[in-house]
Structures are given as structure tokens and as C-alpha cells.
Design a protein around this ligand. Structure first.
Ligand code: ADP
Ligand code: MG
Length: 465
């Protein structure tokens, strides 16, 4: 136990964290990201992103935090939250706390939370974005773009639907506004820009007003830029806009459902521009993160209805395609409990309630031989009939072997079954299984192609070939 005199917050916090970690791993994961700001009159001030997140932490881990604090420092100790601590500061400040001497009582350093003037929709910020391996890079890149604008320019974030792209854009906007409340920020979906542009072309709007609204900004956030592929004229406009902002060192962040080079109809000069900064992929979160997201949603529910951990775990483990779908499933369950006025809901009831969604999820996870053949043909710019046919030139024979190899790796079909699906016998498949790793060893291009295929077919988490 610590003495009851004032002690450095960093040292105290480390002991509290160690205590929490011994009891609850997931609690320590969340708490470790917070920052001890100071200890004064037996109150530990802990820095946290915002009030919403602090409320959730109190509800979810408040008890365990209290217990840990009492056991290391004494029953008379308590904690309070200080809002507005960014993850960047969170990493640095424990060091500073540690360097302070025991004889100098620490003050809580951050200013009290102030009423925020402007906010981007939904209060989506970095604090309530759950980070995991699948989104860590995109999260970090977005944070850097927000705190050190122009360093990663442009920042291009791509990923499937409902994985958090818009959330990260809003998080950047909100962070920049926190740092510079007067900053001119323009957030727009590419679709709305296209609609405005069409109006400009139809002379219903002033062209220079349209241009200025996009150009006279510190930060331009354009969501879903794959839409650009639809309009050559908008691409021309966008090209000029990009060059102007880039030339002025203004941060540009773009999101899309695919990489620049995969956007159909996107001019090469825009592909090059979009790829010239940092390109990062956002993938659907893993199980732990999905569970954490559900717990946040649950903690934020206005009407406290009881949901067991088993139910939350069931939803998290069975709904993995996107966070948006996860939210939909959660809302469905909550609405059911509320409407039916039931006090509790079992896993099997939840399973029945979400049946249709669960079937879609399962179907999405099943990779078929046909899907592999089709995807391989597309990847190598061949026709499906080439993959299925008997021609033997290298540019066809190699992709065909890749398709067989992927069928073996990602389906449960037997060698003869796979052979039959290609009009071959099992010996041909065995040969492919031997040849593909050799081809990969000799060609980075081939390794890249296979990695992309596996990613498309099975999601982000594929082991190396
Ligand atoms: P996208 O723009 O990629 O289609 P969104 O950003 O709209 O997806 O995310 C869909 C929903 O899921 C939003 O409510 C968002 O706040 C939430 N969400 C997505 N990823 C996360 C995450 N990692 N942590 C917390 N919420 C998330
Ligand atoms: Mg979006």
C-alpha cells in the first residue's frame, strides 16, 4: 500500500493498472490508454478523450478501477475524469508525471472541459473509435493528419462499408476544431459534391461559389471518392482543386471503398495524386473490438435493459462483416426487448431474432470454388473460360494453378473435387499446390496478386501463403 502523502500520479497509476490487469484483461486494455494527470487531496485525476467515453468507462470499469485504487493507495482515494486528453498526449504524459518529485504535489494540468462550439455529426471522435489491429494504421494516420496537417498529404483511407471511414473523418474534423475552433473545415461526401457540381453545370449555381467552398479551407475531407469515377468533368474540377490545396499545404483526406488504382474510370493523373501521400486500409474489426463496440453501445443506451454478456458475445462473434451491421443487430435486439417488455433475452432468442442477418453473415464467409475462379480470372485479366479451359500458355496456366491452390487453402473440398471443378484430375491440383509457392518465391508480383485475392475472398485476416 502507498503512503497517504501525495505521490506522483504516474507511479500510482502504474500500480493501479497492474492491479487491474491481474483481475480483468479487457479493463486494463482500456485503462492503459488513459493518462494520469495528477494526484491532489487523495483524488487521482485521469485524462480521457471526452465525457461520453468517460461515462462509459465509469459504468463499465468504474468498480474495478475503484477497487484497484483502494487496494494500492487506500480506501480514502478516489478518482475523477479530466476531458480533452488526446491519445497523443496520453502516450507522453505518464513520463512527465514520473519525473515530478514526491515533495511537489501535482496539479491537474488540463483545462476544464469547455463547451465545444462546432461539432461534426454524431460526436464521432477518436475517443469512441475502438482500435484494433485491423484499423490501427488508419486510426494512427488519421490522428497524425489531424494533429500535424500536411504531413501525410493526401491521406487516403479505403475499406468496405461500415468499417469506420466516415467516423474517422469526423474524428479528424472534431479534433482539428478542438485544436483550432476557427479552422475552416470542409467535410463533404463525394456524392454531394457531384450533385452540387451538376447544379453548377446546369447553371443553377454559381461556379466560383462552388469552387471557393472547396478551396478556401484548411482541411478538406471528401468521403467516398470512388464516386468520382462516374464523372469525367468532376474529375477535371477535382484535379484542379487537389493541386490548389496541395500546393498550399492544406491537408486533404479522402476515403473510398477501394484503392485509387481500382476505381473504375478514375483518370491516371488522379490515381497518381491520390497515391502520392499515405494510403491506408481500414478492415472490419476483430472479435475483441466488436465486443468492445457493443459494450459502448450498450453503455450508451438510454433505457437500461438487461443484456447478458453471453448475448453480447454471441452478437460480437457472429456479426463480423461491418460495424454498421453490428449496430443494426444490436438495435434490433434492444428494440425487441423494449417492445416486448421482457426483462431478459437468451442467446437462442437472439439467434432466432437475427436469423436472416446471421444467414447472410455465414454465406458471406463461405468461399466457393466459383468465387475463387471468378476472382482469379478478374485479377489476371482473363476470362473465366480461360481458367476453366485447357490452354497452357504461362499467362493462363499460372493463374489456373493459383485458383486451384486457393481452392485447396480456403475451401473444404477434396483434391478430386477441386480437380473436377477445373475439368482436371487430382494430380493436377497436387502439382498446383507444389508450383504456386515456387512461383511466389520467384515473383513479388505473384505474391501481391495472391495476397489481394485472399484479402478479397476471405477478408483481412489471412495467413501468409
Ligand atoms: P463507413 O464510413 O466505413 O461506411 P462508418 O464510419 O459510417 O462506416 O461506421 C458505421 C458505424 O459504425 C458508425 O456508427 C461508426 O461510429 C461505427 N464504427 C465503425 N468503426 C468503429 C470503431 N472502430 N469503433 C467504434 N465505432 C465504430
Ligand atoms: Mg461512410
Amino acid at each position: 500500500m502507498l503512503t497517504q502523502t501525495v505521490c506522483p500520479a504516474g507511479a500510482l497509476w502504474e500500480q493501479v493498472l497492474a492491479r487491474v490487469a491481474a483481475k480483468d484483461n479487457s479493463a486494463s486494455l482500456f485503462l492503459a490508454a488513459l493518462v494520469p494527470l495528477g494526484v491532489k487531496e487523495q483524488v487521482l485525476t485521469i485524462g480521457v478523450g471526452d465525457q461520453l467515453y468517460a461515462q462509459w468507462l465509469t459504468r463499465t470499469y468504474g468498480k474495478i478501477l475503484d477497487e484497484a485504487l483502494h487496494s494500492v493507495a487506500g480506501e480514502q482515494y478516489s478518482y475523477c475524469w479530466q476531458y480533452g486528453c488526446t491519445p497523443n498526449r496520453e502516450v507522453q504524459e505518464p513520463e512527465q508525471s514520473r519525473t515530478q518529485t514526491v515533495s511537489e504535489p501535482e496539479e491537474a494540468t488540463a483545462e476544464p472541459a469547455q463547451a465545444e462550439p462546432k461539432k461534426f455529426s454524431g460526436e464521432q471522435n477518436f475517443g469512441n473509435f475502438v482500435v484494433c489491429e485491423e484499423n490501427r494504421c488508419a486510426y494512427a494516420a488519421a490522428e497524425i493528419a489531424a494533429t500535424d496537417p500536411g504531413r501525410y498529404n493526401p491521406l487516403y483511407i479505403y475499406g468496405g462499408t461500415g468499417v469506420g471511414k466516415t467516423h474517422l473523418l469526423h474524428a479528424v474534423a472534431n479534433r482539428v476544431l478542438d485544436l483550432q475552433p476557427d479552422a475552416e473545415i470542409r467535410y463533404a461526401t463525394c456524392e454531394s459534391v457531384l450533385n452540387e457540381f451538376v447544379e453548377v453545370l446546369q447553371n443553377k449555381r454559381d461556379r466560383s461559389a462552388f469552387r471557393n467552398s472547396l478551396r478556401n479551407v484548411e482541411l478538406l475531407l471528401v468521403d467516398d471518392v470512388h464516386i468520382l469515377g462516374r464523372s469525367q468533368q468532376l474529375q477535371e474540377e477535382f484535379f484542379n482543386l487537389f493541386n490548389t490545396l496541395y500546393g498550399r499545404g492544406k491537408q486533404i483526406i479522402l476515403t473510398s471503398d477501394k484503392q485509387p488504382s481500382e476505381i473504375k474510370g478514375l483518370e491516371a493523373r488522379l490515381v497518381t495524386r491520390f497515391e502520392s501521400g499515405v494510403t491506408t486500409e481500414l478492415c472490419p474489426p476483430d472479435y475483441e473490438a466488436r465486443l468492445a463496440i457493443l459494450k459502448i453501445m450498450y453503455a450508451n443506451c438510454e433505457h437500461p435493459i438487461h443484456l447478458s454478456n453471453e448475448v453480447l458475445e454471441f452478437i460480437a462473434s457472429n456479426i463480423s462483416s461491418s460495424v454498421r451491421v453490428l449496430r443494426g443487430a444490436f438495435n434490433r435486439v434492444m428494440a425487441h426487448v423494449e417492445i416486448m417488455r421482457i426483462r431478459d433475452i437468451s442467446v437462442s432468442e437472439v439467434e432466432a431474432l437475427l436469423e436472416a442477418r446471421l444467414m447472410t453473415e455465414r454465406a458471406a464467409k463461405t468461399v466457393s470454388i466459383e468465387m475463387i475462379q471468378q476472382n482469379v480470372a478478374e485479377q489476371f485479366n482473363l476470362k473465366l473460360s480461360d481458367i476453366l479451359g485447357s490452354k497452357r500458355p504461362k499467362n493462363i496456366a499460372e493463374p489456373r494453378m493459383v485458383a486451384m491452390y486457393l481452392c485447396r487453402k480456403h475451401t473444404t473440398f477434396s483434391l478430386p473435387e477441386i480437380g473436377a471443378a477445373f475439368g482436371r484430375n487430382h494430380a493436377t491440383v497436387i502439382n498446383a499446390l507444389k508450383r504456386v509457392p515456387e512461383m511466389c518465391a520467384g515473383s513479388e508480383e505473384m505474391r501481391g496478386a495472391i495476397a489481394q485475392l485472399e484479402h478479397r475472398l476471405c477478408g483481412a485476416r489471412v495467413s501468409k501463403a
